[in-house]
Design a protein around this ligand. Sequence first.
Ligand code: FAD
Length: 319
Amino acid sequence: MAKVTEHIANSKGQPLFSIEIIPPVKGGKIDELLNDITPLMELKPKFVDVTYHREEYLSQTRDDGTVIQVKTRKRPGTVGICAALMHKFDTDPVPHVLCGGFTRDDTEDLLIDLNYLGIENVMALRGDHAKPFTSFKPRKGGHAYASELITQIREMNEGKYLHQTSEYLNNSDFCIGAAAYPEKHFEAESSRVDFEHLKQKVARGADYLVTQMFFDNRKYFDFVEKCRTHGINVPIIPGLKILSTKKQLEVLPRLFYLNIPEEFATAIRQCKDDKEVRKVGIEWCIRQCRELKAFGVPALHFYTMSKSTTTLAVAREVF
Ligand code: FAD
Protein backbone atom coordinates (compact mmCIF):
# COMPACT_ATOMS: atom_id res chain seq x y z
CA MET A 1 0.00 0.00 0.00
CA ALA A 2 1.27 3.47 -0.81
CA LYS A 3 0.26 7.09 -0.81
CA VAL A 4 -1.01 8.84 -3.94
CA THR A 5 1.93 11.26 -3.70
CA GLU A 6 4.36 8.31 -3.54
CA HIS A 7 2.78 6.75 -6.62
CA ILE A 8 3.22 10.07 -8.42
CA ALA A 9 6.83 10.40 -7.26
CA ASN A 10 7.58 6.87 -8.48
CA SER A 11 5.95 7.33 -11.87
CA LYS A 12 9.04 8.86 -13.49
CA GLY A 13 7.05 11.66 -15.09
CA GLN A 14 4.57 9.31 -16.79
CA PRO A 15 0.94 10.12 -15.92
CA LEU A 16 -0.77 7.51 -13.78
CA PHE A 17 -4.11 5.97 -14.68
CA SER A 18 -6.65 6.36 -11.88
CA ILE A 19 -10.41 6.13 -11.53
CA GLU A 20 -13.30 7.17 -9.32
CA ILE A 21 -16.13 4.72 -8.67
CA ILE A 22 -19.42 5.06 -6.82
CA PRO A 23 -20.99 2.53 -4.42
CA PRO A 24 -24.06 0.65 -5.67
CA VAL A 25 -27.52 1.79 -4.65
CA LYS A 26 -28.49 0.31 -1.25
CA GLY A 27 -29.26 -3.39 -1.61
CA GLY A 28 -26.99 -3.72 -4.66
CA LYS A 29 -24.38 -6.43 -5.06
CA ILE A 30 -20.71 -5.74 -4.48
CA ASP A 31 -19.86 -8.51 -6.98
CA GLU A 32 -21.66 -6.61 -9.72
CA LEU A 33 -19.62 -3.49 -8.97
CA LEU A 34 -16.35 -5.43 -8.86
CA ASN A 35 -17.19 -7.27 -12.10
CA ASP A 36 -18.12 -3.99 -13.80
CA ILE A 37 -14.75 -2.44 -13.00
CA THR A 38 -12.61 -5.54 -13.55
CA PRO A 39 -11.77 -4.59 -17.18
CA LEU A 40 -10.42 -1.27 -15.89
CA MET A 41 -8.39 -2.98 -13.19
CA GLU A 42 -6.50 -4.81 -15.92
CA LEU A 43 -4.96 -1.40 -16.71
CA LYS A 44 -3.66 -1.42 -13.13
CA PRO A 45 -4.83 1.92 -11.73
CA LYS A 46 -2.49 2.85 -8.90
CA PHE A 47 -5.38 4.26 -6.90
CA VAL A 48 -9.16 4.09 -7.00
CA ASP A 49 -11.34 6.76 -5.41
CA VAL A 50 -14.58 5.62 -3.83
CA THR A 51 -17.18 8.36 -3.40
CA TYR A 52 -19.12 8.93 -0.18
CA HIS A 53 -22.83 9.63 -0.26
CA ARG A 54 -24.39 11.49 2.60
CA GLU A 55 -27.84 10.95 4.02
CA GLU A 56 -30.95 12.31 2.35
CA TYR A 57 -34.41 12.95 3.69
CA LEU A 58 -37.44 11.36 2.04
CA SER A 59 -41.08 12.18 2.73
CA GLN A 60 -43.16 9.14 3.68
CA THR A 61 -46.89 9.07 4.32
CA ARG A 62 -47.97 7.05 7.39
CA ASP A 63 -51.19 5.00 7.58
CA ASP A 64 -52.85 7.87 9.47
CA GLY A 65 -52.05 10.24 6.60
CA THR A 66 -49.34 12.23 8.37
CA VAL A 67 -46.19 12.84 6.37
CA ILE A 68 -42.87 12.21 8.05
CA GLN A 69 -39.31 12.73 6.89
CA VAL A 70 -37.12 9.62 6.98
CA LYS A 71 -33.36 9.71 6.84
CA THR A 72 -31.75 7.27 4.43
CA ARG A 73 -28.47 6.76 2.62
CA LYS A 74 -28.91 5.89 -1.04
CA ARG A 75 -25.40 4.60 -1.67
CA PRO A 76 -23.82 3.32 1.55
CA GLY A 77 -20.75 1.08 1.67
CA THR A 78 -17.74 3.28 0.87
CA VAL A 79 -15.51 1.72 3.53
CA GLY A 80 -16.55 -1.85 2.68
CA ILE A 81 -15.84 -1.27 -1.00
CA CYS A 82 -12.39 0.10 -0.14
CA ALA A 83 -11.65 -3.07 1.85
CA ALA A 84 -12.93 -5.24 -1.02
CA LEU A 85 -10.71 -3.38 -3.51
CA MET A 86 -7.66 -4.03 -1.35
CA HIS A 87 -8.60 -7.67 -1.02
CA LYS A 88 -9.36 -8.31 -4.69
CA PHE A 89 -7.10 -5.96 -6.64
CA ASP A 90 -3.59 -4.65 -6.30
CA THR A 91 -4.59 -1.01 -5.90
CA ASP A 92 -4.81 1.70 -3.27
CA PRO A 93 -8.35 2.75 -2.40
CA VAL A 94 -9.01 6.42 -1.70
CA PRO A 95 -12.20 6.74 0.35
CA HIS A 96 -13.90 10.12 0.17
CA VAL A 97 -14.56 11.60 3.60
CA LEU A 98 -17.20 14.31 3.98
CA CYS A 99 -17.97 17.10 6.41
CA GLY A 100 -21.70 16.86 5.60
CA GLY A 101 -23.65 14.64 8.00
CA PHE A 102 -20.64 14.04 10.27
CA THR A 103 -19.72 15.33 13.70
CA ARG A 104 -16.01 15.57 14.49
CA ASP A 105 -16.37 12.43 16.62
CA ASP A 106 -18.00 10.53 13.73
CA THR A 107 -15.11 11.62 11.54
CA GLU A 108 -12.56 10.46 14.06
CA ASP A 109 -14.23 7.03 14.31
CA LEU A 110 -14.27 6.71 10.52
CA LEU A 111 -10.61 7.69 10.23
CA ILE A 112 -9.68 5.15 12.91
CA ASP A 113 -11.45 2.41 10.90
CA LEU A 114 -9.66 3.46 7.72
CA ASN A 115 -6.34 3.51 9.55
CA TYR A 116 -6.90 0.03 10.99
CA LEU A 117 -7.71 -1.24 7.50
CA GLY A 118 -4.32 -0.02 6.32
CA ILE A 119 -5.79 2.63 4.03
CA GLU A 120 -3.23 5.38 3.49
CA ASN A 121 -5.16 7.91 1.42
CA VAL A 122 -8.30 9.96 1.96
CA MET A 123 -10.02 12.61 -0.12
CA ALA A 124 -11.29 15.36 2.21
CA LEU A 125 -14.47 17.07 0.99
CA ARG A 126 -17.22 19.24 2.34
CA GLY A 127 -19.93 17.46 0.34
CA ASP A 128 -23.09 19.06 -0.94
CA HIS A 129 -26.32 19.87 0.89
CA ALA A 130 -28.54 17.00 2.05
CA LYS A 131 -31.50 16.55 -0.29
CA PRO A 132 -34.14 18.01 -0.39
CA PHE A 133 -32.51 21.04 1.29
CA THR A 134 -30.92 23.65 -0.90
CA SER A 135 -28.00 24.85 1.15
CA PHE A 136 -25.22 23.13 3.06
CA LYS A 137 -25.51 23.02 6.85
CA PRO A 138 -22.86 21.33 8.97
CA ARG A 139 -23.94 18.96 11.74
CA LYS A 140 -23.71 20.42 15.23
CA GLY A 141 -20.14 19.63 16.18
CA GLY A 142 -19.18 18.98 12.56
CA HIS A 143 -17.06 20.82 10.02
CA ALA A 144 -18.38 23.61 7.79
CA TYR A 145 -15.54 23.48 5.24
CA ALA A 146 -13.15 20.91 3.82
CA SER A 147 -10.21 22.92 5.20
CA GLU A 148 -11.46 22.22 8.76
CA LEU A 149 -11.72 18.50 8.00
CA ILE A 150 -8.19 18.58 6.60
CA THR A 151 -7.00 20.09 9.89
CA GLN A 152 -8.61 17.23 11.84
CA ILE A 153 -6.98 14.61 9.62
CA ARG A 154 -3.62 16.36 9.82
CA GLU A 155 -3.90 16.51 13.62
CA MET A 156 -4.61 12.79 13.77
CA ASN A 157 -1.52 12.31 11.63
CA GLU A 158 0.31 14.14 14.43
CA GLY A 159 -1.21 11.86 17.08
CA LYS A 160 -3.75 14.45 18.28
CA TYR A 161 -7.18 12.92 18.87
CA LEU A 162 -10.36 14.56 20.16
CA HIS A 163 -10.76 14.63 23.93
CA GLN A 164 -7.37 12.88 24.43
CA THR A 165 -8.76 10.09 26.66
CA SER A 166 -5.90 7.65 26.21
CA GLU A 167 -2.18 7.79 26.78
CA TYR A 168 -1.70 5.58 23.71
CA LEU A 169 -1.93 8.02 20.85
CA ASN A 170 -0.62 6.37 17.74
CA ASN A 171 -0.57 8.73 14.85
CA SER A 172 -2.19 7.96 11.51
CA ASP A 173 -0.33 8.83 8.33
CA PHE A 174 -2.97 9.69 5.75
CA CYS A 175 -2.09 11.30 2.45
CA ILE A 176 -4.80 13.92 1.99
CA GLY A 177 -6.44 14.86 -1.30
CA ALA A 178 -8.78 17.85 -1.78
CA ALA A 179 -11.05 19.13 -4.54
CA ALA A 180 -10.18 22.03 -6.86
CA TYR A 181 -12.40 23.86 -9.33
CA PRO A 182 -10.70 25.31 -12.42
CA GLU A 183 -14.02 26.97 -13.33
CA LYS A 184 -14.79 28.08 -9.72
CA HIS A 185 -16.93 26.35 -7.13
CA PHE A 186 -20.57 27.26 -7.75
CA GLU A 187 -21.17 28.84 -4.34
CA ALA A 188 -18.12 31.08 -4.30
CA GLU A 189 -18.81 34.75 -4.90
CA SER A 190 -15.75 35.05 -7.16
CA SER A 191 -12.80 33.06 -8.49
CA ARG A 192 -10.50 35.16 -6.31
CA VAL A 193 -12.35 34.22 -3.10
CA ASP A 194 -12.60 30.56 -4.13
CA PHE A 195 -8.88 30.53 -4.83
CA GLU A 196 -8.11 31.90 -1.34
CA HIS A 197 -10.11 29.00 0.11
CA LEU A 198 -8.18 26.55 -2.03
CA LYS A 199 -4.92 28.01 -0.73
CA GLN A 200 -6.23 27.47 2.78
CA LYS A 201 -6.87 23.77 2.08
CA VAL A 202 -3.30 23.31 0.88
CA ALA A 203 -1.86 25.37 3.74
CA ARG A 204 -3.73 23.17 6.21
CA GLY A 205 -2.32 19.99 4.75
CA ALA A 206 -3.82 18.86 1.44
CA ASP A 207 -1.04 16.84 -0.22
CA TYR A 208 -2.57 16.88 -3.69
CA LEU A 209 -5.63 18.20 -5.54
CA VAL A 210 -8.09 16.58 -7.93
CA THR A 211 -10.02 18.88 -10.21
CA GLN A 212 -13.66 18.99 -11.04
CA MET A 213 -14.28 17.68 -14.57
CA PHE A 214 -13.62 20.09 -17.43
CA PHE A 215 -13.92 19.75 -21.20
CA ASP A 216 -11.67 22.62 -22.18
CA ASN A 217 -8.02 21.91 -21.33
CA ARG A 218 -7.24 25.63 -21.41
CA LYS A 219 -9.22 25.95 -18.13
CA TYR A 220 -6.91 23.39 -16.50
CA PHE A 221 -3.68 24.84 -17.93
CA ASP A 222 -4.59 28.37 -16.78
CA PHE A 223 -5.62 27.06 -13.38
CA VAL A 224 -2.35 25.17 -12.86
CA GLU A 225 -0.38 28.26 -13.90
CA LYS A 226 -2.33 30.40 -11.41
CA CYS A 227 -1.71 27.84 -8.63
CA ARG A 228 2.03 27.75 -9.32
CA THR A 229 2.23 31.56 -9.45
CA HIS A 230 0.52 31.78 -6.06
CA GLY A 231 2.59 29.14 -4.30
CA ILE A 232 0.32 26.08 -4.61
CA ASN A 233 2.91 23.50 -5.54
CA VAL A 234 1.17 20.19 -4.78
CA PRO A 235 0.26 17.82 -7.65
CA ILE A 236 -2.94 18.86 -9.46
CA ILE A 237 -4.65 15.81 -10.97
CA PRO A 238 -7.12 16.52 -13.78
CA GLY A 239 -10.53 14.88 -13.36
CA LEU A 240 -12.03 13.65 -16.65
CA LYS A 241 -15.52 12.72 -17.63
CA ILE A 242 -16.42 11.10 -20.93
CA LEU A 243 -19.60 12.70 -22.18
CA SER A 244 -21.86 9.90 -23.36
CA THR A 245 -25.45 11.13 -23.70
CA LYS A 246 -27.02 14.18 -25.32
CA LYS A 247 -28.77 14.94 -22.06
CA GLN A 248 -25.42 15.50 -20.34
CA LEU A 249 -24.86 18.52 -22.56
CA GLU A 250 -27.47 20.28 -20.49
CA VAL A 251 -27.13 18.39 -17.17
CA LEU A 252 -23.36 18.60 -16.59
CA PRO A 253 -23.04 22.41 -16.87
CA ARG A 254 -26.05 22.80 -14.58
CA LEU A 255 -24.87 20.29 -11.97
CA PHE A 256 -21.18 21.08 -12.00
CA TYR A 257 -21.08 24.69 -13.16
CA LEU A 258 -18.74 24.11 -16.08
CA ASN A 259 -18.55 25.15 -19.71
CA ILE A 260 -18.64 22.84 -22.69
CA PRO A 261 -16.66 24.27 -25.63
CA GLU A 262 -18.88 25.24 -28.55
CA GLU A 263 -16.99 23.01 -31.00
CA PHE A 264 -17.68 19.97 -28.79
CA ALA A 265 -21.28 20.95 -28.05
CA THR A 266 -22.00 21.37 -31.78
CA ALA A 267 -20.52 17.95 -32.56
CA ILE A 268 -22.70 16.39 -29.85
CA ARG A 269 -25.83 18.16 -31.06
CA GLN A 270 -25.26 16.79 -34.56
CA CYS A 271 -25.21 13.17 -33.33
CA LYS A 272 -28.25 11.16 -34.32
CA ASP A 273 -28.32 9.05 -31.13
CA ASP A 274 -26.40 8.41 -27.88
CA LYS A 275 -24.33 5.68 -29.52
CA GLU A 276 -22.88 8.39 -31.76
CA VAL A 277 -22.55 10.74 -28.78
CA ARG A 278 -20.40 8.15 -26.99
CA LYS A 279 -18.11 7.93 -30.03
CA VAL A 280 -17.72 11.72 -30.16
CA GLY A 281 -17.29 11.88 -26.36
CA ILE A 282 -14.56 9.23 -26.44
CA GLU A 283 -12.72 11.00 -29.28
CA TRP A 284 -12.90 14.34 -27.44
CA CYS A 285 -11.58 12.79 -24.23
CA ILE A 286 -8.72 11.07 -26.09
CA ARG A 287 -7.74 14.48 -27.50
CA GLN A 288 -7.93 16.01 -24.03
CA CYS A 289 -5.80 13.20 -22.55
CA ARG A 290 -3.11 13.46 -25.22
CA GLU A 291 -2.77 17.21 -24.64
CA LEU A 292 -2.78 16.77 -20.86
CA LYS A 293 -0.09 14.09 -21.15
CA ALA A 294 2.06 16.42 -23.24
CA PHE A 295 1.57 19.10 -20.56
CA GLY A 296 3.00 16.67 -17.98
CA VAL A 297 0.04 15.95 -15.69
CA PRO A 298 0.69 13.65 -12.69
CA ALA A 299 -2.29 11.38 -13.49
CA LEU A 300 -5.39 11.12 -15.65
CA HIS A 301 -8.27 10.53 -13.29
CA PHE A 302 -11.55 9.26 -14.76
CA TYR A 303 -15.00 9.73 -13.25
CA THR A 304 -16.33 6.33 -14.32
CA MET A 305 -19.64 6.06 -12.43
CA SER A 306 -18.48 2.42 -11.98
CA LYS A 307 -18.88 1.65 -15.70
CA SER A 308 -15.86 0.59 -17.68
CA THR A 309 -16.65 0.68 -21.43
CA THR A 310 -15.99 4.30 -22.37
CA THR A 311 -13.08 4.77 -19.94
CA LEU A 312 -11.47 1.62 -21.32
CA ALA A 313 -11.85 2.89 -24.88
CA VAL A 314 -10.04 6.13 -23.94
CA ALA A 315 -7.41 4.58 -21.68
CA ARG A 316 -6.36 2.01 -24.28
CA GLU A 317 -5.56 4.86 -26.67
CA VAL A 318 -3.61 7.01 -24.23
CA PHE A 319 -1.71 4.63 -21.93
P1 FAD B 1 -14.88 23.42 0.32
O1 FAD B 1 -13.46 23.44 -0.07
O2 FAD B 1 -15.20 23.46 1.77
O3 FAD B 1 -15.58 24.67 -0.42
C1 FAD B 1 -17.00 24.78 -0.47
C2 FAD B 1 -17.38 26.23 -0.73
O4 FAD B 1 -17.10 27.01 0.44
C3 FAD B 1 -16.59 26.90 -1.86
O5 FAD B 1 -17.44 27.80 -2.51
C4 FAD B 1 -15.47 27.63 -1.12
O6 FAD B 1 -15.00 28.76 -1.86
C5 FAD B 1 -16.18 28.04 0.16
N1 FAD B 1 -15.27 28.12 1.33
C6 FAD B 1 -14.26 27.27 1.62
N2 FAD B 1 -13.66 27.63 2.77
C7 FAD B 1 -14.34 28.72 3.23
C8 FAD B 1 -14.21 29.56 4.38
N3 FAD B 1 -13.26 29.35 5.31
N4 FAD B 1 -15.09 30.59 4.52
C9 FAD B 1 -16.07 30.83 3.60
N5 FAD B 1 -16.22 30.08 2.48
C10 FAD B 1 -15.37 29.03 2.31
N6 FAD B 1 -19.43 15.16 -3.03
C11 FAD B 1 -19.93 14.13 -2.29
O7 FAD B 1 -20.98 14.29 -1.66
N7 FAD B 1 -19.27 12.92 -2.24
C12 FAD B 1 -18.12 12.70 -2.89
O8 FAD B 1 -17.58 11.60 -2.81
C13 FAD B 1 -17.57 13.76 -3.70
N8 FAD B 1 -16.42 13.60 -4.38
C14 FAD B 1 -15.87 14.67 -5.07
C15 FAD B 1 -14.63 14.52 -5.71
C16 FAD B 1 -14.08 15.58 -6.42
C17 FAD B 1 -12.74 15.42 -7.10
C18 FAD B 1 -14.77 16.82 -6.51
C19 FAD B 1 -14.20 17.96 -7.31
C20 FAD B 1 -16.00 16.97 -5.89
C21 FAD B 1 -16.56 15.91 -5.15
N9 FAD B 1 -17.77 16.04 -4.48
C22 FAD B 1 -18.27 15.00 -3.73
C23 FAD B 1 -18.53 17.29 -4.55
C24 FAD B 1 -18.11 18.30 -3.45
O9 FAD B 1 -18.38 17.75 -2.19
C25 FAD B 1 -18.91 19.57 -3.68
O10 FAD B 1 -18.45 20.22 -4.84
C26 FAD B 1 -19.00 20.52 -2.51
O11 FAD B 1 -19.99 21.51 -2.84
C27 FAD B 1 -17.72 21.27 -2.19
O12 FAD B 1 -16.79 20.45 -1.62
P2 FAD B 1 -15.29 21.00 -1.30
O13 FAD B 1 -14.61 19.93 -0.57
O14 FAD B 1 -14.67 21.54 -2.52
O15 FAD B 1 -15.67 22.20 -0.29
